[in-house]
Structures are given as C-alpha cells and as structure tokens.
Design a protein around this ligand. Structure first.
Ligand code: ADP
Length: 195
C-alpha cells in the first residue's frame, strides 16, 4: 500500500491536484470535506451537526471526522493506497490515523505540503465562491476564519510528520500542470522504494 497526505491551507489546490493524482496512481481519494458535504446533502445527523461548524469556518470535532475516516478505511479493503485530502487537520487526528493505518499494517509514505501565500488563498477562494456553490467560500470573514483555524490547529500537524522525516514542501503557485509535475516527482522518488 502507498498512502499520501496532501496538505495545505484552504484554497491551496488540494482538491484539484487530488483528482489528477488519484487518476495517475490509482489511489482511493479520501477528502473529509467532500465526505462532510455529502453527509450534509443527505441531511444525516452527522451532517447537520457538522454544518454548524463548517458555516462558521471552524473545524468539525475530531471524533466526528476520525469516525468517518475509520469507516472509509473499512469499506475500502481492496484499495492500493489512500490519498488523504483535508485530513488529518489536528494532532489528535494524525495520531488516530497512525493507529488506524497500523491496524492495516501500513503507514503514511509522505506528506506533500502545498505552500501558497495568504493573499493568493483569499483571492482563489473568493473566485471559487462565485461558482462552487459552497457557502463557506462566499464570505470573506468565514474564509479568514478557516485560514485562522489552519494556522492554529492544522499547521502543527506538519511538525508531527516532520519528526518522521515525511514532509516535503511544494510551491503551490504556478500552473496546475507545473505543480502536478512537482508532486509526481516526489511520489515517484518514494514509490519505487516502497513497491
Ligand atoms: P478547504 O480545504 O477549502 O477548507 P475542505 O472541503 O477540506 O475545504 O473543508 C471544508 C470544511 O470542512 C472545513 O472548513 C471544516 O469545517 C470541515 N473539515 C474538513 N475536513 C476536516 C477535518 N479533517 N477536521 C475538521 N474539520 C474538517
């Protein structure tokens, strides 16, 4: 198995690059944001609870997202590997993920971290809000709150993986293809060793 975390602030391009990466490497895409939006669309109790946090630009409680990821791992026993997008977002989530992967006798191969300046993030998210239908992309105050949550709670997760020498920073500004090529190079360097 080959498991990757695609890391970075809201608007750093994780969703776009995830689509390209899963197509090339045959990985199962696990985006907690997408899973939560699907729960909201079906108006499940979990979705109704999560929406209150998401609308304010706050993180959803750890136990909610950890439970979702645990279920997703169980329901995909034949996956060749997972691409985690938007997860883990707190140290507690990172520790839980390590334990869940250990049970499957696997681990994270690499965390690929997309670096994008705050001005560029806000510009991209407001632009996305014009067409995405995502209410959390329309209001600049909600966007700033998401970036604030990222700086306070999520950025430290990179330090967690740094201890195990698993973090690679990638410049997340440039064309989609340029960034994709940089990501692929890092994956190919490691995948050959793992296979
Ligand atoms: P973005 O990266 O643009 O913020 P996401 O789709 O990843 O978009 O996340 C949207 C929202 O869903 C977040 O602002 C947060 O409220 C919630 N969310 C997604 N993933 C997590 C997570 N791992 N832990 C807590 N909340 C999450």
């Amino acid at each position: 198995m080959f498991n990757i975390i695609l890391f970075g602030p809201p608007g750093s391009g994780k969703g776009t690059q995830s689509q390209n990466l899963i197509a090339k490497y045959g990985l199962k895409h696990l985006s907690t944001g997408d899973l939560l939006r699907s729960e909201i669309a079906f108006q499940t109790p979990l979705g109704i609870e999560a929406k209150n946090f998401m609308d304010k630009g706050q993180l959803v409680p750890d136990e909610v997202v950890i439970g979702m990821i645990s279920t997703a791992l169980e329901t995909n026993p034949d996956a060749q590997g997972f691409l985690f997008d938007g997860f883990p977002r707190t140290d507690a989530q990172a520790e839980a993920l390590d334990k869940l992967l250990q049970l499957k006798k696997t681990s994270i191969a690499v965390m690929l971290a997309l670096d994008v300046s705050e001005d560029e993030l806000i510009k991209r998210l407001l632009h996305r809000g014009q067409s995405s239908g995502r209410s959390d992309d329309v209001d600049e105050a909600v966007i700033r709150s998401r970036i604030h949550e990222y700086e306070n709670k999520t950025k430290p997760v990179a330090d967690y993986y740094k201890k195990f020498n698993k973090v690679v920073h990638i410049k997340g500004e440039g064309s989609v293809d340029e960034i994709f090529n940089l990501l692929c190079k890092e994956i190919d360097d490691r995948k050959n060793v793992d296979d």
